[in-house]
Design a protein around this ligand. Structure first.
Ligand code: FAD
Length: 402
């Protein structure tokens, strides 16, 4: 057990912090007000080699450990949830799933340009009538010769208008229920694919979210990820990685709440003293600190299990549930500490509060994670070994390099 960041991790943390302070924080309020997703940030992240942090170098990534991805997510969300969400879907939900389940051709064709940041990946699981209840999805994939024909619709898809590649889940055999779901790599340029971003979200307004549609999209059979019928399993293992990044991001959200609140506590005076001197205000700060430290430990434990190649569904679910709840509470308290000023966009804490709600809903709602934890305790749920795992870190050098 070592609770210190390595030199490399500390270097990455500093780099992302500087990037956020220089290239996101000065502009984020405007982007949020306008509901504008600044896609150039993705290109800048690629310039910094941050689009494939924990993807092996042989597939275009930086080859760093899984906890370094957590550090990147924490620092990004200290700026805004929108860009952490983008990294969560691109790296956590899409690229890491290709790394875990893709064959060599798929890794070369799709993972490598994604890890280099030349292409952007997204994740299409949710449908208008299928969120927590994944098996209710209606999208179908019918095999015709060398192709699958996809028809259906996905909603609440992050990066819907910006991603180049989508990991899409569809029924190949409805009668088999969740064992009849398969996973496909779909390209935006495939005829019959379309997307429509939506406005009016409570938070993450500087992010791009919306619908994607499949109207007889012809997907080559080579784009089936894993075997037919493995889609449900693949989607759940993708969530083990996505949730990890969401939990790490939530730590960054708490950090931002602490920074703004401490600053304001020293600035604002009531009854002749700084509000930081009032014990009930101190209580809110102390809760933020406790939430931050506990969440971080849970995140790094999950990351350490990933580094060792061990299954971590239970640990990741706990980290995601707790960190997101703590972040939502911290943002609520940050607004409270700012009083009426916290209720306006003169201060960023109102954005933190709006942003902190979605992570309590996406990648498993608070209720789903609560149930999962109780089910593990009661012995109603246990994790069987998967046929495909993430590579253990440090990654082995590729055969070509050796
Ligand atoms: C900003 C944002 C970005 C997103 N990005 C993506 C994305 O990129 N890709 C993607 O596929 N999806 C994405 N989602 C969708 C997200 O994953 C779903 O919203 C989530 O899974 C919940 O599904 P739902 O909204 O349909 O809620 P429902 O499943 O309909 O749940 C409604 C309510 O009922 C509760 N509930 C449901 N079942 C149970 C149960 N068994 N026991 C107790 N309570 C229950 C839930 O906790 C919730 O409170 C995104 C969502 C948001 C808000």
């Amino acid at each position: 057990m070592d609770f210190e960041l390595t030199e490399e991790q500390e270097m990455v943390r500093k780099m992302v912090r500087q990037f956020v302070d220089k290239e996101i924080n000065p502009y984020i309020q405007d982007w949020d007000d306008q509901g504008h997703f600044e896609s150039s940030i993705m290109k800048r992240l690629a310039d910094l080699d941050l689009m494939g942090v924990c993807i092996p170098e042989e597939y275009g990534g930086s080859g760093m450990d899984y906890n370094t991805l957590a550090i990147v997510c924490e620092e990004l969300e200290r700026g805004d949830t929108a860009f952490r969400t983008a990294v969560s879907v691109h790296t956590g939900l899409n690229s890491m799933t290709l790394l875990q389940w893709g064959n060599e051709e798929q890794k070369k064709k799709y993972l490598t340009p994604q890890a280099r940041g030349e292409k952007v990946g997204a994740f299409g699981l949710t449908e208008p009538n299928a969120g927590s209840d994944v098996a209710s999805l209606k999208t179908t994939a019918v095999k015709e010769g060398d192709h699958y024909i996809l028809n259906g619709q996905k909603t609440w898809i992050s990066l819907c208008d910006h991603a180049d590649h989508f990991l899409v889940f569809a029924y190949t055999d409805k009668d088999k229920k969740h064992k009849g779901i398969s996973a496909f790599i779909v390209e935006r340029t495939m005829p019959g694919f379309s997307s429509r971003g939506f406005k009016g979200k409570l938070g993450i307004r500087a992010g791009n979210t919306g619908e994607i549609f499949f109207d007889n999209v012809k997907v080559p059979k080579e784009n089936l990820l894993g075997e037919e019928g493995e889609g449900f399993k693949i989607s759940m293992s993708a969530l083990d990685n996505g949730r990890f990044t969401v939990a790490a991001g939530a730590c960054g959200q708490i950090l931002a709440c602490m920074e703004e609140s401490v600053k304001y506590c020293h600035e604002r005076k009531t009854f002749g003293k700084e509000i930081g001197k009032h014990q009930l205000v101190q209580q809110m700060l102390a809760k933020m600190e406790a939430g931050y430290q506990m969440s971080r430990l849970l995140v790094f434990r999950a990351g350490s299990l990933k580094n060792q190649g061990k299954r971590n569904t239970r640990e990741t679910s706990l980290a995601k549930w707790q960190a997101c709840d703590f972040a939502n509470e911290a943002a609520n308290d940050a607004v409270q500490i700012h009083g009426a000023y916290g209720y306006s966009n003169e201060y960023p804490v109102e954005r933190f509060l709006r942003n902190s709600k979605a992570p309590v809903i996406y990648e498993g709602t608070r209720e789903i994670h609560t149930i999962m934890q109780a089910e593990y305790m009661l012995g109603y749920r246990s994790d069987k070994p998967l046929s495909n795992n993430l590579p253990v870190w440090p990654f082995e050098q590729s055969k070509e390099e050796v």
